[in-house]
Ligand binder design. Sequence first.
Ligand code: B12
Ligand code: SF4
Length: 485
Amino acid sequence: MDKKKIIFVEPSGAPSNVFAKFMTIPLLGPLYLATYARKAGHDAIVFNENIMKRSITASELADADILCLSCLTSTINRGKAIAKEYKSVRASAGKPSHAMVGGIHASMMPEDVTDDFDQVIIGEAENIFIDCIEGRITDHLVHGTPVEDLNTLPIPDFSTLLDPRKRTVMPILTSRGCPYDCSFCSVTEMFGQSYRYQSPERVMEEVMTHAHDGTKWIFFVDDHFAANFSRTDRLLDLMIEHKFKVPWSAQVRTEVTKNEAFVAKMRQAGCKMVYVGFESVNPATLKDFNKRQTVEDIRRSIEVFRRHSISIHGMFMLGSDTDSVEVFDSTRKFSREMGIDFAQYTILTPLPGTRLFKQFEQEGRLLHRDWTLYDGLHTVHAPRLMTPSELQNGMIDCFNDFYNYFNAVNDAIEAVGRTVSAIFRSLHTKTFFPSFYPTFMKMAGKHIVRQFVRKNQHYFTYLRQQAVSRIQRPQAEKTKDSTLQ
Ligand code: B12
Ligand code: SF4
């Protein structure tokens, strides 16, 4: 078998997505597949344009016998451009080319990419990837199969990733699939509703490889780290037994806080932050999303996490069919009053493959199909109870309200108080962890939002022209348009 040079690329987000500049967490798909390729004797390398903070060059692309693009919806346009450049540079050198694409966008909408790539992989690819690169599977469209036993996955080899900096935040994935079925989410379409997970022992093996390699933070990127309670509970026990010292964060749902002893154990095992999909403070929207959580659940979860000194990154989604402009005020007020540490406001986005996408497409409510703007930061659909422009402004107003100097000063004062009490507590618990990070983020966030507004003026003008579309109520236009003037 010939040794092949395989180049993976995770393309950058669009320049309009200023948040992408700060993205240092790679998608794990390319890393798993590059690990398999190396184990099979090939030369594999992963270029991540966000991490490199530059575009991959034509001379780097020229080397690849096989080019593998891994794309989200918001990065597929850049992915297509890279494939085109690769083919052209290989043709100029008189060499054959083979451009492959995989990842969530290609899996949900293969018809959108078939003309741009030689091979399109749908779904999970571990079971078919080596056959594809070694030429045993040559179909244009290839269906991968779910990995049944995740314990068989190798530990991703991060030396495949071209990273100019020392990697300090390490993503780890311990499960696939999600037992829930939220209308806006593509996870279940991609990975299924049955929750597959690694054994606590297998996870611990991976975690311990980062005990002394300079990793400063671990991020469990599972969609729901604790969907199987007893498995995660056992994992926490193991982390405590191993006296694992690296702090970590994870994505969880609010219901983990129904078991306060579990939350206390998370903290004891080193959890410093949770990412929680609060989604909405509007009960009708939670229902519309089929989120299976109430506003009361959200409140309780914040109180419990705070009680156990776990920072909260709360994620909200604005612009459902049951949201009117009032939702912006209530979301701002809620974020402020509940004292969450970090807030992420996104605009409801019809992602290909979701029920939401099908519904909006059928109702003629997709404003366009410029996938680059399907990044949760741009309004791409006609909302029911407000104008597209109001939705865009409302999201920016929420960010501005949360990330400002006044809140930063308040946070700093609180952090001093927390630090003093943590010093006392740490005398007994040895879990001292002072943090002025939220203060820093409130200041940095303000600048990032300002940059976002500056970079997107064109698009905001376009949205204003969409003003009252199809199903809008006329008085919606009267609402103030403060942010984008
Ligand atoms: C970690 C994560 C993040 C991280 C890092 C993301 C990054 N580098 O882009 C953070 C928190 C920063 C983030 C941000 C965002 N994210 Co995110 N994120 C994830 C998450 C939870 C895990 C990703 C992962 O590692 N998966 C595990 C690996 C194994 O899966 P995989 O990468 O898809 O790879 C497999 C297959 O796809 C395939 N494959 C993949 N690539 C290739 C390439 C080839 C050639 C082949 C053959 C096969 C193949 O094989 C792999 C192995 O089976 C996923 C959900 C999920 N479960 O995947 C959401 C997810 C990818 N995110 C999503 C979204 C929407 C976003 C944001 C837009 C959210 C926002 N509003 O800010 C941003 C955009 C980021 C950007 N790049 O611009 C959506 C994407 C949907 C879509 N259609 O685009 C997902 C699917 C979640 C969802 N709710 O639906 N995210
Ligand atoms: S949003 Fe979270 S809980 Fe809902 S289906 Fe997606 S991964 Fe599961």
